[in-house]
Write a protein that binds this ligand. Structure first.
Ligand code: NAD
Ligand code: DAU
Length: 334
């Protein structure tokens, strides 16, 4: 099988390529990535001399780059996106261009060559839950509330439109918050770990009592693996970790794992339009494909802390350059 993975130099895409190349010795992967601030070829260095792996630098919104790559693959697994909610508040335009227009360009090429297409999406398209609301599932109406989630919702709708209108063989997964190796340290867990390792404080938005459902990234990769091989064409699968926690719980757990005290917690101004709670009912993928998370949150956080401790050059390098400018815009105004 030949996979065209978009966004494979990012966090989840890189973990997915590791998963595929390790598990399927006869599979080939082409990784198409524009190498934005979030793309990092260090994440895949171990495969650079492996004949089964090829990297192509390119933009998913460029039809000339996309068309021959889509023509040559068996399936497109589409991760490429602008992925950070805070950046979408600062600069929504980039999110529309990549997440909406880029996805449509890819879909058009997939239609032209009638290729299988898997779209990696998010639980944020469903909006925000109150404390007593039932978790999101595949029937939950869309109600995106940030520029990021609105752009992902638009891309999901386009993917489904290509199935209904043109019969394109698609699947979609809507997943909760991932964490693990190669996680870009602008997101809560890697930001907290790397700040603490560097002797800095952890910025906690608002009262810190927002709830996210956390999933170790390897479990997400296994869910996508099952969907691309056994999922029903045209269907959506919700993927979650069964691990709802308040942000402040996560931060305190990381303080404990890193031997720090609560003086490192710094409450800062809340995120604009901050969604209060996400939660996922993953019964469909459990019942139909036999998937469920394997790594508990406690195990996953320990593994993640260990990975960041062992890979200091990786995150120190990532935290230079554009990151500093973003971080200053994000926090210094407070
Ligand atoms: P990421 O920001 O770490 O990586 C995104 C990758 O896409 C980067 O390598 C970047 O260079 C590349 N990219 C961006 N614009 C591009 C373009 N125009 N053309 C080609 N490549 C481009 O993101 P991530 O956290 O790995 O998320 C991957 C996907 O999974 C996204 O679609 C995201 O919406 C979705 N998702 C993420 C999470 C999560 O918790 N991180 C949860 C559910 C779904
Ligand atoms: O739910 C899936 C989504 O999870 C993905 O679609 C997104 O791509 C991914 O970025 C993630 O979005 P969140 O906004 O939930 O993740 P983030 O790590 O940015 O924030 C997690 C929670 O922590 C959120 O409630 C905001 C809060 N937070 C975040 C940062 C960066 C803080 O309190 N302090 C911080 O410094």
């Amino acid at each position: 099988m030949k996979l065209l993975v978009t966004g494979g130099a990012g966090f989840i895409g890189a973990n997915f390529i590791h998963h595929i190349l390790r598990k399927y010795p006869d599979y080939r992967v082409v990784n198409l990535d524009a190498l934005t601030y979030a793309g990092n070829l260090e994440n895949l260095k171990m495969w650079e001399n492996d004949a089964r792996y090829r990297f192509v630098k390119g933009d998913i919104a460029d039809p000339g780059v996309i068309e021959p790559l889509v023509a040559a693959c068996d399936i497109v697994v589409h991760f490429a996106a602008e992925s950070h909610v805070d950046r979408s508040i600062l600069d929504p335009g980039a999110f529309i261009r990549t997440n909406v227009q880029g996805t449509q360009v890819l879909l058009e090429a997939a239609k032209q060559h009638n290729k299988r297409f898997h779209h990696v999406s998010t639980d944020e398209v469903f909006g925000a839950l109150g404390p007593d609301d039932a978790p999101f599932d595949e029937r939950t109406p869309y109600d995106p509330r940030s520029p990021y989630s609105a752009s992902k919702a638009a891309s999901d709708h386009l993917v489904r439109a290509y199935f209904h209108t043109y019969g394109l063989p698609i699947t979609i997964s809507n997943c909760s918050n991932n964490y693990g190796p190669y996680h870009f340290p602008e997101k809560l867990i890697p930001l907290a770990i790397t700040n603490l390792l560097a002797g800095k404080n952890v910025p906690v938005y608002g009262d810190g009592r927002q709830v996210r459902d956390w999933l170790y990234v390897a479990d997400h990769c296994q869910a996508i693996d099952l969907i691309i091989h056994q999922g029903t064409i045209g269907e959506t699968y919700c993927v979650g970790g069964n691990s709802e926690r308040e942000n402040i719980w996560i931060v305190k757990q990381l303080l404990t794992l890193l031997g720090k005290d609560e003086s490192a917690i710094e409450y800062v101004q809340d995120r604009a339009g901050h969604d209060r709670r996400y939660a996922i009912d993953f019964s469909k993928i459990k019942d139909e494909l036999g998937w469920q998370p394997e790594v508990t949150l406690e195990e996953g956080l320990q593994k993640t802390v260990d990975w960041f401790k062992e890979n200091e050059p990786w995150w120190k390098n990532v935290k230079s350059g554009d990151y500093q400018e973003y971080y200053a815009r994000q926090y210094d105004k407070r």
